[in-house]
Design a protein around this ligand. Structure first.
Ligand code: DGT
Ligand code: CA
Ligand code: CA
Ligand code: ZN
Length: 570
């Protein structure tokens, strides 16, 4: 089993114990164990093979948990969890993820209404049965209703990086051994949306037998439809894929049509009609004559428009901007010169400072900031003032040894409940880059949360606000906060707002990042890397920045080191 598998088991135990009403210390022990295991560099299976001693040496793992790990390593199961399932339905853990529902409320729903699944909850909401329960006022019920809809939506969608991997493998297998074939993935993946509902694949050229090859791929679990020029399948992962084979002469218009978005294309079609043209997936037509269709550029040109980058095609003003010659010059991956959030083996990362610096240099970065956690995030081995001072010496030494990259001294400091930071000013003032983030008490009211974050942004030693809305895609909704106020404070204080480019966060998202940049806030794109390979995730941050209409000038880390340091000087 991989480490994430162990972490899931411990998290599930914690969930079920919580619902059962177990002592909070016991619950916390399992949660901490899950986080420890998740942050381990080595496979837990290997540690388990070394025996109990190696396991109890881990933080937060005592005798009892070590035995459980050994049992899972040996048998792939855990009798304790099986017994727990007899008592508490496993599906209740899913209910816990619905915003508004904590363990007490889930327990109440289960005991009083017999609700054990999301379906049950939906029925109970529809029948208005929640209203009678203690503590379920109209505001909460409304929140639960919206939370459920959101969970449902997420359950069907996959993260962009996951979709990317599936798409690359599909394209590779479909085109293998064929020359003169062109295969492109269109749809929301090409628009680089943060999540993807299904894959829309287009093929042209030497496509004989392609449909059969597609429906017979070994990870296809169901063929929904298969014809001469199109087929739809469901993969074992649950992701649906639509394949369409189109003639060369229509490839550009098919690409435009299936890239969407639907909203963008509707406005384009209206524009075509205004010019007495007809736009569809086969081309742009004047009467029966095709006037464009082979390339997307041709299609847009026929409508008197420059080509519009797919990331902008959401009908958020891009067609008007294109018509006026005002399309933004979008930031590109090449523009990025540094990465300003990463973790090393000083806290919960897997690699040394030097390894991270070398990997960043290989990517072409000119500078990075090491931002290990402050002391609050205890389970990840956060750094106190003393260890940060020692780390600073190590960074100096790495800067001595390495040419071609500058390592900045940073920290990811926690914004405490009252908006103060988890490290003293004397420590923060010695650092180059102070990234402030929220990791605790995310359920406070909108007013409190806004005040908390605004106070941190006003702290003179803070450089940037990291993962500003706190969402985890598909797992945790953003916390309640007055984002406009955060933007006002950041703009006024000259502080950066981050796009954490890790595909599980993408926070800020496109809409928020655009709003912030339009108000004059500089955006910084980072990876939140925990290992050298993660540094490549920067492209996901850039994707969202492009969806936010950002130019290089609006992204702080497109600047040279000197200009970047000037920008964040305090
Ligand atoms: P997704 O799959 O939910 O992440 O989002 P999309 O945008 O990939 O949507 P999807 O897969 O339903 O359709 C792919 C593209 O096909 C979509 O972006 C635009 C086009 N399309 C689908 N249905 C319609 C439609 O009814 N009208 C128009 N104009 N275009 C459509
Ligand atoms: Ca799609
Ligand atoms: Ca589709
Ligand atoms: Zn963080």
């Amino acid at each position: 089993m991989d480490n994430a598998g162990y972490a899931r088991i411990f998290d599930e135990i914690a969930d079920l114990l919580e619902i059962r009403g177990e002592n909070p210390f016991r619950v916390r022990a399992y949660r901490n164990a899950a986080r420890t295991v998740e942050g381990l560099a080595e496979p837990l299976d290997e540690l388990a093979a070394q025996g109990e001693q190696a396991l109890v040496a881990l933080p937060g793992i005592g005798h009892d948990l070590a035995l459980k790990i050994l049992e899972i390593a040996r048998t792939g199961r855990l009798a304790f969890l099986d017994r727990l399932h007899d008592e508490v339905p496993a599906t209740l853990a899913e209910l816990l993820r619905v915003p508004g529902l904590g363990p007490k409320r889930v327990r109440l729903l289960w005991k009083k209404l017999g609700v054990t699944t999301l379906d049950d909850l939906e029925e109970a909401l529809a029948a208005d049965r929640l209203a009678g329960l203690e503590g379920f006022g109209p505001t909460l019920i409304d929140k639960v209703r919206r939370g459920l809809a959101e969970r449902r939506e997420h359950a069907r969608r996959v993260r962009l990086d996951v979709a990317d991997r599936v798409a690359a493998s599909l394209v590779d297998r479909l085109s293998r051994g064929r020359r003169g074939i062109e295969i492109v993935v269109a749809g929301s993946l090409r628009r680089r949306r943060d999540t993807v509902g299904d894959l829309d694949v287009l093929a042209t050229g030497s496509t004989r037998g392609l449909i059969t090859r597609f429906t017979e791929l070994d990870d296809v679990s169901e063929v929904l439809a298969a014809g001469q020029t199109r087929a739809s399948v469901v993969l074992a992962s649950g992701l649906q894929v639509d394949l369409r084979v189109v003639p060369r002469a229509s490839f550009g218009s098919a690409l435009q049509y299936f890239t969407g978005s639907k909203e963008h294309s509707i406005v384009l079609r209206r524009r075509a009609q205004e010019r007495e043209l007809k736009l569809n997936e086969y081309g742009v037509f004047r009467g029966a004559r095709r006037v464009a269709g082979r390339t997307e550029e041709e299609v847009y040109a026929a409508l008197d428009l420059p080509w519009i980058p797919p990331e902008l095609r959401e009908n958020r003003g891009e067609i008007e901007a294109a018509a006026a010659g005002d399309l933004p010059e979008l930031v590109t991956l090449d523009d990025i010169r540094g990465d300003l959030q990463m973790h090393t083996d000083w806290s919960d990362g897997e690699a040394s400072i030097e390894q991270m610096a070398r990997a960043a240099r290989d990517l072409g970065h000119e500078y990075i900031a090491i931002t290990d956690h402050g002391p609050t995030v205890r389970v990840t081995g956060g750094l106190d003032a003393q260890r940060l001072a020692r780390q600073a010496k190590e960074i100096d030494a790495v800067n001595e040894r390495l040419d071609g990259i500058r390592v900045l001294k940073g920290v990811e400091t926690d914004i405490l409940e009252d908006g103060s930071l988890d490290l003293p000013d004397a420590t923060l003032s010695r650092l180059d880059y102070v990234l402030a983030t929220v990791h605790t008490r995310m359920t406070m009211s909108r007013r409190e949360m806004t005040r908390r974050i605004a106070r941190a942004l006003r702290h003179p030693l803070v450089t940037a606000l990291g993962h500003p809305t706190g969402r985890l895609i598909g797992r945790r909704a953003p916390y309640e906060v007055d984002f406009d106020e955060i933007v006002r404070v950041a703009a006024g204080e000259g502080k950066l707002l981050e796009i954490d480019g890790h595909p599980e966060r993408l926070d800020l998202d496109d809409v928020h990042a655009r709003k912030a940049a339009e108000a004059g806030v500089s955006i910084v794109i980072s990876t939140d890397a925990h290992r050298p390979a993660d540094l490549e995730l920067i492209r996901y941050g850039v994707d969202q920045a492009r969806r936010a209409w950002l130019s290089a000038a609006q992204v702080a880390n497109t600047r040279s080191l000197k200009e970047f340091l000037a920008l964040i000087r305090r």
